[in-house]
Design a protein. Structure first.
Length: 86
């Protein structure tokens, strides 16, 4: 029996200006935000080659992250600071 998507995760969220600079205009659901972040990270080759779990920020990501380098598991916490109910 397939799992049903959690409707709370699919809710459109308003994005901060820093997040919109990376993923595009909102509102977007949380899964779509994460997907677009990974598209941006891979397109711009921003994963640390020695440890793929670390993301090295360019100017846009540094403004979003608040620091030059983050672990991929920190991203969810950072995304939460940059979204609110639409």
């Amino acid at each position: 029996m397939p799992r049903k998507a959690n409707p709370a995760l699919m809710k459109p969220l308003a994005l901060s200006a820093e997040l919109e600079a990376v993923v595009g205009k909102g509102p977007m659901s949380r899964p779509e935000i994460v997907k677009q972040l990974w598209v941006y990270i891979k397109k711009n080759d921003l994963q640390d080659p020695n440890n793929k779990r670390d993301i090295i920020g360019d100017d846009k990501l540094k403004a979003f992250f608040g620091k030059p380098k983050v672990n991929m598991f920190e991203m969810a916490k950072i995304v939460s600071k940059h979204v609110k109910d639409a």
